[in-house]
Design a protein around this ligand. Structure first.
Ligand code: CP
Length: 339
């Protein structure tokens, strides 16, 4: 039974800095080199509970480029709906239990990827990351987080893009702003949690810019940020002041998310969020930076989250970051499948 010793990729925080650096070095090598054969004869099940363009494409092609095979499953659409609670009398929609799903997939494939966004009803429940943790608990093969309440593959792609832009793997001392931006819907906090986690891990001087205290991220990720800077030598602050946060920034990373105190009560949150449309990333704000680089995980609504001019600027590295998903995920799959 392999289960006791297998390594998953659920969060970068579970991996040492040296291990993350090794993944990034392998990703950089994959970007330059011809495709390898690290997944020859191996396969991955990609389980999507939510839509995707980049994640699905880059995982499928990444597995193919390393000689492997990917199978995409969408429970509730083209695969049976799954139950995650224990002791439930399964007389509702779910046709099978995660205990069987994870074990059966483990008899077929060598890796399992999981995308499962929060339900956006009760953050106290969503923050437990039940779907991902259940797969990891029952899977006899390594599990990869393809975005749940964090997005660790996006973190690595983001760092790789920054390292390429600045021409160095050492990002210490860079002034990094994670800014909330407006969106008509309350979005997942996953990428924001992840950006805060990896930017502080890399020793940058990080500011979380958001409209009010209601938009501050979950205390778990604030705690990680504080712990990370204590170790990496960076710094971490929270600001609600646009001008001071942008001034002198080297990196502006934008993301929209719903205010946690209003989880499940989005009708009450919407008029509050609607007051902060001016958090859009525009040329005037970017002009305050130190020729700062801009990025976003994508998808992005132009002229809502960031203007056309910012997206089309040579300082926008969002496309490079998206490309790097392919390279970092190949590094993660190769490492996990050959442990
Ligand atoms: N950034 C990202 O994960 O994109 P998709 O939602 O398209 O996969």
């Amino acid at each position: 039974m392999k289960q006791a010793s297998i390594r998953h990729f659920l969060n970068t925080q579970d991996w040492s800095r040296a291990e993350l650096d090794a993944l990034l070095a392998q990703a950089a090598a994959f970007k330059c080199d011809k495709p390898g054969d690290q997944l020859k004869g191996k396969s991955i099940a990609l389980v999507f509970f939510n839509p995707s363009l980049r994640t699905r494409t880059s995982f499928e092609l990444g597995a193919f480029q390393l000689g492997g095979h990917a199978v995409v499953l969408q429970p509730g659409k083209d695969a049976w709906p799954i139950e995650f609670d224990f002791g439930t009398v399964m007389d509702g929609e779910a046709e099978e239990h995660i205990a069987e799903v994870a074990k059966v997939l483990g008899r077929y494939v060598d890796l399992v990827g999981v995308r499962a966004f929060p339900k956006f009803v009760d953050w106290r429940h969503d923050r437990e990351d039940q779907v991902l943790k259940s797969f990891a608990k029952y899977s006899p093969v390594p599990v990869i987080n393809m975005e749940t309440i964090t997005h660790p593959c996006q973190e690595l792609a983001h760092v790789q893009a920054l390292q390429e832009h600045f021409g160095t793997t050492d990002l210490r001392g860079k002034k990094y702003v994670l800014t909330w931006t407006y969106h008509p819907k309350p979005l997942n906090t996953a990428v924001a949690n992840s950006a805060l986690t990896i930017a502080t891990r890399m020793g940058m001087d990080v500011t979380l810019l958001c409209p009010t205290p209601d938009f501050i991220l979950d205390e778990r990720y604030i705690g990680w940020a504080n712990a990370n800077v204590a170790e990496s030598g960076g710094s971490f602050a929270i600001s609600h002041d646009i001008e001071s946060a942008y001034t002198g920034a080297d990196v502006v990373y934008a993301k929209s998310w719903g205010a946690l105190p209003y989880f499940g009560n989005w009708a009450a949150e919407k008029p509050i969020r609607d007051r902060y449309r001016h958090f859009i990333v525009d040329e005037a704000k970017m002009a305050l930076t130190d020729n700062g680089v801009f990025s976003h995980c994508l998808p992005l609504r132009r002229n809502v989250k960031a203007t056309d001019a910012v997206m089309d600027s040579p300082n926008c590295i969002a496309i490079a970051e998206a490309e790097n998903r392919l390279h970092v995920q190949k590094a993660v799959m190769a490492a996990l499948a050959n442990q």
